[in-house]
Design a protein around this ligand. Structure first.
Ligand SMILES: Cc1cc2nc3c(=O)[nH]c(=O)nc-3n(C[C@H](O)[C@H](O)[C@H](O)COP(=O)(O)OP(=O)(O)OC[C@H]3O[C@@H](n4cnc5c(N)ncnc54)[C@H](O)[C@@H]3O)c2cc1C
Length: 421
């Protein structure tokens, strides 16, 4: 017999992936009565592959950094003729199957009820409709991802803002072959090699042999709306061309929303957290840390007596500027060809500090003298100076996110001029 749904809760969370499970756990730990509904079996919810997450996000969320993930290996950004090496950064690779299970366990221990194999089909005011009956809540969190329940009437993400990504962990069939591949690039085995511009400016094949040498992770991403093959085709072609890579152990893929975060994160009852709110760091499509921290902010806000609108404002004031600035970078990146990107890197315009900041989801610290050194190169590249101005404007505008009303309409119009969606 399937588990019966409770009649009511303070908070119903839709989706048992990283954003939903984290939100449920944070809210239950504050004493809220939480019910989480997931359409798949709970142990198949959310991302089922390896993702990079910053240690800063894990720390802020109060989550442990797993053993073995403590020291991220060096990261190399490679174009056809150039490279940028980032010796120290903050990104650790985590198996999402483990992170989802851990977040769900934390939610259960905190007192949330997690129910799998129940599909949310709609909502009437504060009542959530499912294929197994209805449940009424004070607040409804939609953490059901890009192709989820769509409980707020938000427009779909336009194809040019969607990255098709794929990740797989494969057996290493031939260690000597793996070593030769990295040697051919002038890199030690075990470091992270990210070939960028492989199918348009915003595209990558990221390869890393894991400690012990038995498995290798391959991550790809492209923008198919620009006429490029999707991430899965790029990944599968790459793997086929590498005889040292054996069968897949696990992996998967899907679409990632890259557009700047949705302005409207709530209607007062339904609240968006994670991919539903496009809370994804646009420069590389990273939504795990952002979704978890959005869930924490929401739970803390509601527990302190705030409203979903307070969460909306607080989220944008803290992260909106950073994400909008990197959306400007992403748009410029995907307007480039692989050859143009190669030249930009060759001119030193994307240097160690820029690459590290992008990886760590922070702003680069750039000394005025370093900027002055870049200026002659920047003036010779299409759109680079305009990009600098656009990122500065986005950084300035994001934190000024107003509540609702006239000021909001003016803010929206200004943001729309800067980064149309
Ligand atoms: C190949 C790939 C690589 C990536 N790499 C990275 C990376 O390195 N770092 C990073 O930070 N991010 C990465 N991302 C992005 C990241 O995976 C997503 O941003 C993140 O998984 C979004 O989490 P979420 O909880 O919002 O949504 P999801 O993980 O999509 O979870 C949503 C859940 O809601 C459930 N659901 C949907 N509809 C309903 C419904 N009607 N009723 C009930 N349940 C429903 C779904 O079954 C699912 O379990 C990558 C994405 C892909 C595809």
């Amino acid at each position: 017999m399937p588990e019966a749904l409770p009649h009511s809760a303070d908070l119903v969370v839709i989706g048992g992936g990283t954003a939903g499970a984290a939100t449920a756990g944070f809210a239950a730990a504050h004493g809220l009565r939480v019910v989480l509904l997931e359409r798949r079996p709970l142990d198949r919810a959310g991302a089922r592959w390896v993702n990079g997450v910053t240690r800063a996000a894990l720390h802020e969320a109060g989550l442990p950094v797993p053993d073995g993930a403590a020291t991220p290996p060096r990261f190399h950004l490679l174009t056809a003729n150039h490279r940028v090496t980032v010796p120290r950064h903050d990104v650790v690779d985590l198996d999402m199957r483990g992170l989802v299970a851990q977040l769900q366990d934390r939610a259960r221990v905190a007192g949330a009820a997690l129910i799998g194999e129940v599909q949310v089909t709609g909502r009437d005011d504060r009542t959530v409709r499912t294929d197994r009956g209805a449940i009424t809540a004070r607040w409804i969190v939609d953490a059901s991802g890009l192709a989820g329940a769509r409980l707020l009437d938000t427009p779909p993400v336009a194809p040019e803002h969607l990255c098709a990504a794929a990740q797989g962990v494969y057996e290493v069939r031939d260690r000597a072959g793996a070593a030769a591949y990295f040697e051919g690039l002038g890199l030690p085995l075990g470091e992270i090699c990210a070939h960028v511009g492989v199918a348009g400016g915003y595209s990558l094949i990221n390869v890393r042999v894991h400690p012990g040498g038995d498995t290798v992770g391959v991550l790809t991403g492209t923008i198919p709306a620009l006429g490029h093959p999707g991430g899965k085709a790029v990944r599968d072609d790459f793997v086929r061309a590498q005889p040292w890579i054996g069968p897949m152990v696990f992996g998967g893929g899907g679409a990632i929303p890259l557009r700047r975060p949705r302005e409207e994160l709530t209607d007062g009852t339904v609240v968006l957290v994670g991919d539903t709110g496009c809370q994804v760091f646009p420069a590389h499509g990273s939504g795990i840390g952002a979704g978890i921290l959005a869930g924490k902010l929401l739970a803390d806000t509601l527990a302190a007596g705030g409203t979903p609108f307070d969460y909306e404002v607080a989220w944008h004031r803290r992260w909106g500027g950073l994400f909008a600035a990197y959306d400007a970078v992403r748009r410029w990146n995907q307007s480039q060809t692989g050859a143009e990107l190669d030249r930009v890197i060759g001119r030193g315009l994307v240097d160690l500090e820029f690459a590290r900041a992008g990886l760590d989801q922070t702003l680069p610290h750039v000394a005025p003298r370093a900027l002055a050194r870049k200026l002659p190169g920047a003036l010779r590249e299409r759109g680079v100076v305009a990009l600098g101005a656009r990122t500065a404007a986005a950084m300035a505008l994001g934190p000024k996110f107003p509540g609702r009303g006239r000021a909001r309409r003016a803010w929206s119009a200004a943001m729309q001029r800067l980064l149309p969606v």
